[in-house]
Design a protein around this ligand. Structure first.
Ligand code: SF4
Length: 429
């Protein structure tokens, strides 16, 4: 089966480039024909080199530096790592790997936690329980990684970014950025200077601290990762740090990273290459091969749900209560209706994510939206929360999900969750 190609104006180069004719999430429905989500044959162990469905682009410098024509046969990799957010796309990627015959012992799920080490919340409560339940139900190891303090420590950052922590075979590891110690030292000196009313020292330390790093603002809504820093600092850089420092990945290995982006989610993603070298590929220096496979990149929403339906998996219950995507509950791309759903589900006490953003906007004097504050942004919207699935509602609100709930029991019908075909509005990350 081939994918059609059409020409599109490219904002990176100012020229026309080939762009695959993908089914946009916003146009995909329950009736969209299944193209890629159907059964596939096992190829593991048969020396099959996987080619991208669409030949990789070589338009940007990044494209050219990371270009690969094809993957190695799957059995060649020492470890296959699924970046498992707990959402539908990473779940479909995992199921696809299993269907291709990859043994479970070869797979690891890596999940980046977005709010660990902070009193304020950012993740859906059910994300960790669901991720753990999938890991247990399939018998596939799960490893967590996070930047200490998560999203909120980056938003309120003065000085160095926080250390990265991760689990590996030897326990929990910590990687401190170069400027971390000096940054902490300066903060202590500032406290002391304040006690002693030493304004000169206070000012000197503050200047040095702010020269190391200063945010005190939300990430920008946009594709540029230097300003939409949450994706870069909490996910991409965390993953790279784990690869560079974990005992089993730092050298002498061949890693395949499976990432669940799809072209149909956004214009930006429509230009990604299916196969490429990862930024941590270091074959000469460390004898470490790191390849990326966006195995579901050309799949439609319908394809993704079909794979999950065929395996009879209950997806993350946030979809059943109406969310169309599952990433940070307080994602900066949230539409007004997402925010109202977050408010309705978590709007009390220490987990009140909506109120935490409202308070932070006032404290930082910086709004999440480019034009208006959050209460104004959501003013005329209505929440999409669907309360018809009582168990899903409990799972989401209480943050609970058992391994025995991963598969739909025999005799029960698998149903599309209420958020299944609401497009990619409010995302992607
Ligand atoms: S899901 Fe949203 S808030 Fe979270 S890291 Fe991605 S872009 Fe940032």
């Amino acid at each position: 089966m081939t994918t059609e190609i059409r020409m599109q104006f490219d904002f990176d180069t100012g020229g026309l480039v080939e762009t695959p004719d993908v089914i946009r999430d916003r146009d995909c429905t329950i009736d969209t024909p299944v193209k890629y989500g159907g059964p596939v044959e096992s190829i593991y162990g048969q020396n099959v080199e996987i080619m991208p469905k669409i030949k990789g682009r070589t338009v940007t410098e990044h494209d050219r530096a990371h270009y690969m024509e094809k993957l190695l046969p799957l059995e060649t990799y020492t470890k296959i790592i699924v970046l498992f957010s707990s959402g539908k796309d990473s779940l479909a990627s995992l199921l696809h790997l299993l269907e291709l015959g990859v043994p479970k012992e070869k797979i690891e799920l890596w999940h980046h936690i977005i709010d660990r080490g902070s009193d304020k919340k950012m993740d859906h409560k059910v994300t960790i329980p669901y991720t753990e339940a999938v890991s247990k139900a399939f018998g596939i190891p799960l490893k967590y990684s996070w930047r200490e303090g998560g999203f909120w420590s980056e938003v309120y950052r003065r000085g160095s970014t926080a250390p990265v922590r991760f689990e590996d075979e030897e326990g929990i590891q910590t990687v401190e950025p170069k400027a971390w110690h000096r940054s902490e030292e300066l903060k202590e000196m500032m406290q002391q200077a304040e006690l002693e009313d030493n304004l000169d020292l206070l000012e000197k330390c503050r200047k040095e601290l702010d020269a190391i790093g200063y945010r005190m603002k939300f990430p920008a809504k946009g594709a540029d990762l230097s300003t939409r820093y949450c994706s870069a600092y909490l996910k991409i850089m965390v993953g790279s740090t784990v690869i560079a420092h974990s005992a089993s990945t730092k050298r002498n290995c061949k890693l395949l990273i499976i990432s669940g982006e799809r072209r149909g989610e956004s214009n930006n993603r429509s230009r990604y290459n299916e196969i490429e070298k990862h930024g941590m590929n270091a074959e000469i220096k460390n004898n470490r091969t790191v390849h990326v496979w966006r195995s579901v990149i050309d799949w439609s929403l319908r394809d993704v749900w079909e794979k999950i339906r065929r395996f009879r998996i209950n997806p993350n219950p946030v979809y059943a209560v109406g969310f169309n995507r599952c990433s940070c509950a307080g994602c900066l791309f949230n539409q007004p209706s997402h925010w109202l759903a977050v408010k309705e589900l978590y709007g009390s006490g220490k987990d009140d994510i909506f109120q935490q953003f409202v308070d932070a906007e006032k404290e930082l004097e910086f709004t999440l939206d480019h034009h208006v504050d959050l209460p104004t942004y959501v003013r005329d919207a209505t929440s999409f929360v669907d309360r018809s699935n009582q168990r899903a509602l409990e799972q989401v609100m209480n943050g609970e999900f058992r391994p025995d709930e991963v598969f739909v029991p025999e005799g029960q019908t698998w149903q599309f969750p209420s958020g299944a075909f609401r497009g990619s509005e409010g995302g992607p990350c």
